[in-house]
Design a protein around this ligand. Structure first.
Ligand SMILES: C[S@@+](CC[C@H](N)C(=O)[O-])C[C@H]1O[C@@H](n2cnc3c(N)ncnc32)[C@H](O)[C@@H]1O
Length: 187
């Protein structure tokens, strides 16, 4: 299906973004996701992923972080903060090693200068992974967006050092020409 059609489908189903289909297609592949009761969504705005998860798991407690504002979603506690400050977020301080699912669709603003963008993406990916390891419980699942570039192998190696069963996913709803790609693994 063309990207515009995913966008239309998202709208008709009342979702905030077509990104929701990427999450649906990735999670369909991960049999270990059972019934998460504590979920952290990093880089969450405008909220498609959080919204979908709040509907799918109505009894789960969901925290969502973004540097941008996000319109309220029932069942989601939104924190407007930079991922870089995740350790300083009071609401999360007692929740280390407790999350069943940490997801990140975070994407930095790109400068167009590939060497700068690639380093920036790697830095944010590594910080996201570091955060996920701290907040996930044992057997908790981490899903993260990254990009096909010269740092991908390096990031995947870091994922493999810290997590089990690391896999790659390129969901059908992700534009073919887009370099975005998702990795997931289990703590
Ligand atoms: C592709 S969007 C996420 C879409 C979301 N998954 C959805 O379904 O609506 C990427 C988000 O990452 C956020 N972001 C970028 N850098 C960030 C950072 N350092 N800390 C927190 N969020 C960040 C952006 O503000 C943006 O809202």
């Amino acid at each position: 299906m063309h990207a515009d059609n995913w966008a239309q489908k998202a709208k008709s189903l009342g979702y905030r973004s077509r990104a929701v289909f990427k999450l649906i297609q990735i999670t369909e592949k991960i049999k270990q996701i059972k019934n998460p009761n504590l979920i952290l969504d990093i880089g969450a705005a405008p909220g498609g992923w959080s919204h979908y998860l709040a509907n799918k798991y109505p009894s789960a407690e969901i925290f969502a972080i973004d540097i941008l504002e996000m319109e309220q979603i029932k069942g989601v506690k939104f924190i407007q903060e930079d991922l870089r400050n995740i350790e300083k977020i009071d609401q999360l301080s007692s929740l280390k090693n407790k999350f069943n699912l940490v997801i990140s669709d975070l994407a930095p603003n790109l400068s167009g200068i590939s060497s700068i963008d690639e380093e920036n993406i790697l830095e944010l990916n590594l910080l996201t992974l570091e955060g996920a390891i701290k907040f996930l419980d044992n057997n908790g699942i981490f899903i993260v967006k990254t990009f096909q570039n010269s740092n991908l192998k390096k990031f995947r190696k870091e994922m493999e050092k810290n997590l089990k069963i690391v896999q790659t996913a390129k969901p059908a709803a992700s534009k073919k020409q887009s370099k975005e790609i998702y990795l997931y693994g289990i703590k």
